[in-house]
Ligand binder design. Structure first.
Ligand SMILES: Nc1ncnc2c1ncn2[C@@H]1O[C@H](COP(=O)(O)OP(=O)(O)O)[C@@H](O)[C@H]1O
Ligand SMILES: N[C@@H](CC(=O)OP(=O)(O)O)C(=O)O
Length: 493
């Protein structure tokens, strides 16, 4: 029988510099030495900012901006070479790492050269771009493996792509330097993961695999889309029938709101799969929206933890038992547009809803939320960047004499998610009142078992998030000033 494993995923912020990578290495070491934890399989992202940099390189290569391209490549090289010196002691280990990094950087340059030649003739530019984008993770597995070995633990980078994917969608209207996500093929990935990972586990070597990237059966490098390493970790975890997946990031777990936008957030100790999926769908960056797909059906728990404070338990996302999680969190998904398809006949038939959604899907836009419908109209939200192609298709395919299509841009969805809200019948009233008290108009609203969604203008969305958090989750208690201060004020008056 194969040994049971757990997956540890470290995001770009956790491997952002040499000191952070050393911290990651000690978490790996502690997990390995913890007798209560299964054998660790590690999945890492590129150092933070590196994928953006690689996509800039791809853009420069496609538009023949040689100088800018070389400058970025040099900066990328320098960053990794400097980090190598911070994660390994002087000696053989560092020399080996430097040698491996140089070899990888030379292959990156080759892939940039291939992309440069492919762009003018339009020869599979999206696949050549994915190959360039994949080098961030390919470089960071070398750094993390060496840092882990420096802790006296046997660790090896998994150089071949673990995840086997479909071909990514090809949209020729995309600008240069964009990667599209491909879908993992489960059976092929399972077989490949077993071949690449179990021999290392059986030999007591910690495998350090790259997140984000994959390969088609025909051998093309692909990605799972931007921020796709969480999804990679759960895909690999499911393929290995892992016991659990820990996602290490730069916050203590899933919080009641994004701490970059709201001051007094709280940690949510537990979330159901459905609650976590809804939160990430509505913009909580802490998890990639597809992360839970591979593992929810298998009831494998995911733990979101802080790589800077690994002693904290974090948030456990898992199956619900009889009691609800009681969680309540607020997130915002921005840059949305509302499409309304209306019958020119006031009593027109609603049966065209199916056609509308089929056309939206054909234009590559999943409705983010459905706002309202009646006998003769249907309103729904899509990402603003998809609006032109959806509207073009609707105008083209729907009879203009019968249907009118209108668009409202500059919107955002504020989602109050969790059984903490749905258990309380007053939540909707309090949410609307909170926004009204700040004079933020509610453009549309919806409720479901997972929570309440309020559509507001994008420019008010951060304010809306803060006031919803204040009135529904954590009141901001005004500072009580010292009586002596107040006396002084009175005297001055
Ligand atoms: N509800 C939330 N709880 C926790 N973090 C959140 C939430 N919503 C947004 N975030 C943001 O997600 C960030 C972590 O995601 P990301 O930057 O992609 O990390 P990583 O580099 O580890 O992949 C946090 O720093 C935080 O600002
Ligand atoms: N490096 C990739 C994949 C990823 O998921 O990164 P992170 O874990 O830092 O979000 C990206 O930036 O898109």
């Amino acid at each position: 029988m194969e040994q049971s494993v757990c997956v540890l995923k470290f995001g770009g912020t956790s491997v952002g510099n040499g000191e952070r990578i050393r911290r990651v290495a000690s978490i790996i070491t502690d997990t390995l030495h913890d007798p209560t934890t299964p054998f660790p399989v590690v999945v890492v992202s590129a150092m933070s900012g590196v994928t953006d940099q690689l996509l800039r390189i791809a853009r420069h290569a496609c538009s023949s901006e040689e100088e800018a391209c070389d400058k970025e490549l040099l900066a990328l090289r320098q960053k990794h070479i400097e980090t190598a010196a911070q994660v390994t002691p002087i000696g053989d280990e560092r020399n080996t790492l430097l040698h491996e990094l140089e070899a990888a950087l030379a292959q990156l340059s080759e892939d940039v050269g291939i992309l440069r030649q492919a762009a003018p003739v339009g020869d599979m530019v999206h696949l050549r771009t994915a190959a360039v984008a994949s080098w961030g993770e390919r470089l960071s597995i070398l750094l993390v493996s060496a840092a882990t070995r420096a802790h006296g633990v046997k660790a090896e980078p998994v150089r071949k792509e673990v995840i086997i994917t479909s071909h990514p969608p090809h949209d020729s209207s995309q600008p240069f330097g964009v990667v599209e996500g491909a879908d993992p093929l489960n059976d092929e990935t399972r077989a490949n993961a077993h071949t690449l990972i179990y021999p290392l586990v059986q030999a007591g070597i910690v495998p350090i695999a790259a997140g984000f990237l994959g390969r088609t059966i025909t051998g093309f490098v692909t990605t799972l889309g931007r921020n796709g390493s969480d999804y990679s970790a759960t895909t690999i975890g499911a393929a290995l029938d892992c016991v659990d997946v820990s996602i290490y990031t730069d916050v203590d777990g899933v919080l009641t709101a994004d701490p970059r936008l709201v001051a007094n957030t709280r940690l949510l100790p537990n979330l159901s799969y459905a609650e976590a999926a809804r939160l990430s769908w509505f913009g909580a960056k802490v998890l990639h929206p597809r992360t839970l797909i591979p593992i929810a059906l298998r009831n494998i728990p995911v733990r979101v933890r802080n790589s800077f404070r690994p002693h904290i338990r974090g948030t456990v996302i898992g199956p619900v038992d009889h009691t609800s999680s009681g969680a309540g969190a607020i997130s915002t998904r921005r840059k949305l547009a509302m499409i309304t398809v209306e019958s020119t006949d006031l009593f027109g038939a609603p049966e065209n809803a199916g056609q509308v959604f089929v056309l939206a899907a054909k234009a590559g836009a999943a409705p983010v939320a459905i706002c309202s419908s009646s006998g003769h109209h249907l309103s729904f939200l899509v990402d603003e960047k998809a609006i032109d192609s959806v509207v073009k298709l609707l105008h083209h395919d729907m009879d203009a004499a019968l249907w009118r299509v209108s668009v409202r841009r500059g919107l955002a969805a504020c989602a109050c998610i969790g059984s903490g809200f749905t258990n309380d019948p007053m939540s909707s009233a309090r949410a609307i009142t909170a926004l009204a008290s700040e004079r933020i108009p509610v453009i549309s609203q919806g409720a479901s078992e997972q929570g309440i969604t309020l559509i507001v203008e994008d420019r008010s969305s951060e304010r809306a998030l803060r006031c919803l958090h204040r009135d529904l989750i954590a009141p901001v208690i005004p500072l009580v000033r010292h009586p002596a201060e107040r006396k002084g004020e009175r005297r001055q008056a």
